[in-house]
Design a protein around this ligand. Structure first.
Ligand code: NDP
Ligand code: 8X3
Length: 254
């Protein structure tokens, strides 16, 4: 396995859920973490927990390409040699049928999950190649593999992430840069609270009476995929709670 104390990990969406849990996991293994997100207070708390020598924080909205590029150009020496990118920042908004969905929700999901993710990867890739290699981990979803009612743009954005990750592998042939798309199912984070815009009752329903995965489960999966020997590349990894499986096709009847 690779020595995680040599990892320098750039994480988008480190203020909550998978991104925060991954920051803690990598730091616990001796890696250096660049934690980013919009909520500065949370980044400060994370840095206090992990120590400034292990965790560099940057307030960043992934929709802002200039801010991403500036942040990456300005990384202090111990954090400048990024060799793992965790392109994780993302969200679902709403669960209405397509014809009733809020178009601005669609715009935000596209701007974050698709455009922001491509900005992040594009900005970090040349340096990583120049330094001799690394690993890009993208956060897809089972929603990018299987359709579900109300999942229109969210699921499509995650299908984009999956195909983007696979296409990256083609372009990175011979460059020593691995690419992994992690595709989780039901996981209890702030994801549902964001999807239902702060409505705690609605947000709790997907997890009620069942055992979902938690952020640490996915952080461990991410971490594991990056510690595998350098000649091994996990292309895609679908991870579900044991309690989550598949339903029948929906047949319309008169
Ligand atoms: P959380 O809501 O707990 O965390 C989302 C993170 O994304 C936050 O840190 C948030 O930070 C960040 N984020 C959102 N918008 C932006 C933005 N414009 N710029 C920068 N950061 C942003 O959710 P999860 O941890 O569950 O989700 C992480 C990823 O995993 C997402 O891409 C999600 O789609 C995906 N996923 C989640 C699943 C689940 O069931 N939980 C399952 C499959 C995939 P801040 O608001 O501070 O900017
Ligand atoms: C998050 C999982 O099923 O709510 O990507 O879309 S789901």
């Amino acid at each position: 396995l690779l020595d995680a104390s040599r990892f320098v990990v750039f994480i988008t969406g480190a203020t909550s859920g998978f991104g925060e849990a991954a920051a803690r996991r990598y730091a616990a293994a001796g890696g250096k973490v660049i934690a980013t997100g919009r909520r500065w207070d949370r980044l400060v708390d994370l840095q206090i927990d992990l120590g400034a020598e292990n965790c560099h924080i940057i307030a960043l909205d992934v929709q802002d390409r200039a801010a991403i590029e500036a942040a990456i150009a300005d990384l202090p020496p111990p954090f400048a040699g990024v060799n793992i990118v965790l392109a994780n920042a993302g969200l679902a908004l709403g669960l209405q049928p397509a014809a009733e969905a809020d178009i601005t929700d669609w715009e935000t999901m596209i701007a974050t999950n698709i455009t922001g993710l491509t900005y992040t990867v594009r900005a970090l890739l040349p340096g990583m190649i120049k330094r001799g290699g690394g690993h890009i981990v993208t956060l897809g979803s089972v929603a990018g593999d299987y359709p579900y009612p109300g999942g229109s743009v969210y699921g499509a954005s995650k299908a984009f992430v999956k195909q983007f990750a696979l296409n990256l592998r083609s372009d990175l042939q011979g460059k020593n840069v691995r690419v992994t798309n992690i595709e989780p199912g039901l996981t209890e984070t702030e994801f549902s609270l964001v999807r239902f815009k702060g409505d705690e009752d609605k947000a709790a329903k997907p997890y009620a009476g069942t055992k979902a995965m938690n952020a640490e489960d996915i952080a461990e999966t991410i971490f594991w995929s990056t510690t595998l020997p350098a000649h091994v590349n996990v292309n895609r990894l679908q991870v579900m709670a044991t309690t989550q499986a598949f339903g029948p096709f929906d047949i319309y009847r008169e």
